[in-house]
Design a protein around this ligand. Structure first.
Ligand SMILES: [Fe+2]
Length: 210
């Protein structure tokens, strides 16, 4: 089965799917969380920590590397530049909402946590939909395969080996099989092997969310 998504942008969709999955896990966890069960509490917090790290890393890479790269192709295209500014503004709106969830969790404030989670989830899901609907087609149209490779390289450099160990299992966890297969085909054989034989089993040893 094909996904109907280009090889250049498949990673973007798989990352977004993982972020949506965790927005649901967070909302479900906040609703049903047993604050008195230490092992569930630990699992919930480790799910949140990974989610937060991966979301911030994803947004940071787009803000520092991807949008500036796309802008180099759009010198006189006001409408497209405005769209990229909207992407940046949405990231700016989401950042304090992450802090709000974080602070509510640290203070064990259930009411605050409930409200913060609803707002954060709404903003994040709206942003991901907006990006996929309008910004991804724009990127697909203007960026070359070489640009995408350069972006991936820069992202890998920013996170290093340790980051990759978490990133691949994170995005492939419960991923759509066709999308995961497409990502797998794009990875160098040695990396594919590392992910499936070492990093995914290790990642699965830690309980995330529950
Ligand atoms: Fe994105």
């Amino acid at each position: 089965m094909t996904t109907g998504i280009s090889d250049n942008t498949i990673m973007m969709f798989v990352i977004h799917d993982a972020l949506r999955r965790d927005a649901e896990q967070l909302a479900r966890g906040v609703e049903h969380r047993d604050m008195h069960d230490p092992s569930r509490q630990t699992a919930f917090l480790s799910g949140w920590e990974v989610f937060k790290r991966q979301l911030q890393h994803h947004h940071d890479g787009e803000d520092r590397l991807l949008w500036p790269l796309v802008r180099t192709y759009l010198p006189a295209r006001d409408e497209e530049n405005a769209l990229l500014s909207e992407m940046e503004q949405e990231h700016e709106r989401i950042e304090p909402l992450i802090t709000s969830v974080d602070t509510a969790l640290r203070n064990s404030d259930a009411a605050w946590l409930g409200e913060a989670t609803v707002t954060f989830r709404q903003e994040l899901l709206a942003h991901l939909d907006h990006e996929e609907r309008d910004a991804v087609p724009l990127m697909d149209a203007v960026l070359t395969a070489q640009d995408w490779r350069a972006y991936s390289r820069a992202q890998r450099k920013a996170t290093g080996f340790k980051g990759a160990k978490e990133f691949f299992p994170y995005i492939l966890d419960q991923a759509d099989p066709d999308r995961a297969a497409q990502v797998g085909r794009l990875l160098p054989p040695l990396l594919r092997l590392l992910v499936s034989r070492a990093w995914q089993p290790r990642y699965a040893q830690t309980a995330h969310w529950n």
